[in-house]
Design a protein around this ligand. Structure first.
Ligand code: DGY
Length: 322
């Protein structure tokens, strides 16, 4: 009998995914579900051929360089791969894969939840009920803002951005977008393309961040960008926290320049800037974008598909390119 490939699974994964991994591979699991320190991860990787990692594993260039020579593939359980120094990994000859497509709908659903939750003061309202601070019904307080019929600007019109646009059309929203390249008319579906990100901003009652975290996008929602939004606009982020300059966003929420924000991702999460917690006009979620049973199983299966293909000598579907 041929030996099964040896892999390390860095976090606890949904049971059906772990069962399939156990069937296919000689795997080390992490039943305690702790985040492994880099040294621990490197030690566990000794004599293994593959790593199945998640966004909580920070595989910077130093960690990549220190991985045992036996490791040939890093499969991440995520579509985002900003936690991996991909150029360093590819240069070292590693194959790196991610899990696109399968989390598109779940993440777009969360983006719409952020739009609705921020616009309608859902976070504030929920606290009023739970904390027994719900006063008499009033014609003038509290008042949120309409979503239906407003203009939604989408930064990053990839799979998730397009799925957000599809949902927003159900609310009769007019879609504007900025993307590295313009979509074909069948994908654009009437959305207005802006070649320059800043040129789009005055047209956004809502701005939804759906781009990857890259050197170009990091910090791009800064004071200059926020100043270009209409007064009372709403910003939602279901992509990555570091795309936003927290100081600028918090100042705009405090001053009322922005009516509200809906945030599922944060710089340095889960240790977020404490000022967010004090803001009644911030609707905050703990990185729930892909967090449904069905989607997390699909993500795990997709990561396993990539490992299985690789060890069968076939090109993994989701191998990242340089
Ligand atoms: C991803 O896949 O990148 C998500 O952020 C995880 O929810």
């Amino acid at each position: 009998m041929t030996e099964k490939p040896r892999i390390v699974v860095t976090r606890k994964l949904p049971a059906p995914v772990e069962a399939r991994i156990a069937h296919l591979f000689d795997a080390t699991f992490n039943g305690a579900d702790t985040v492994l320190a880099s040294d621990d991860l490197i030690a566990r990787a000794e004599d293994t051929e593959g790593l199945l990692v998640t966004p909580t594993d920070k595989l910077n260039a130093d960690v990549i360089a220190r991985l045992p020579a036996s490791v040939r593939i890093v499969a991440t359980f995520s579509v985002g791969h900003d936690h991996i120094a991909v150029p360093a990994a590819l240069k070292r000859g590693l194959t790196v894969t991610n899990t696109p497509d399968v989390l598109t709908d779940a993440t777009a659903d969360i983006a719409m939840l952020l739009v609705l939750g921020a616009a309608r003061g859902a976070s504030w309202g929920e606290r009023m009920v739970r904390e027994k601070r719900w006063g008499l019904w009033s014609p003038t307080h509290p008042l949120g803002l309409d979503v239906t019929g407003k203009r939604l600007g989408i930064l990053g019109m990839g799979r998730i951005g397009q799925a957000v646009a599809k949902r927003a059309r159900g609310f009769d929203m007019a879609i504007h977008y900025h993307n590295r390249s313009r979509l074909t008319p069948d994908l654009e579906q009437g959305a207005v393309f802006h070649t320059r990100f800043h040129a789009m901003l005055p047209h956004c009652d809502f701005l939804s961040i759906n781009c990857a975290s890259t050197p170009e996008t990091r910090g791009s929602i800064n004071a200059e960008a926020i100043a270009l939004l209409p007064d009372g606009a709403i910003v939602v982020n279901s992509a990555r926290g570091d795309i936003v300059d927290d100081d600028a966003l918090i100042a705009a929420l405090q001053s009322g320049k922005l009516a509200a924000a809906g945030l599922d991702v944060f710089r340095g999460e889960p240790d977020i800037d404490a000022r967010f917690r004090e803001l009644d006009n911030a609707f905050l979620l703990p990185h729930l974008g892909s967090a449904t049973m069905e989607t997390r199983i699909a993500m795990g299966m997709r990561a396993v598909d990539n490992l299985e293909a690789f060890f069968a000598g076939k090109p993994p579907k989701d191998a990242l390119k340089g």
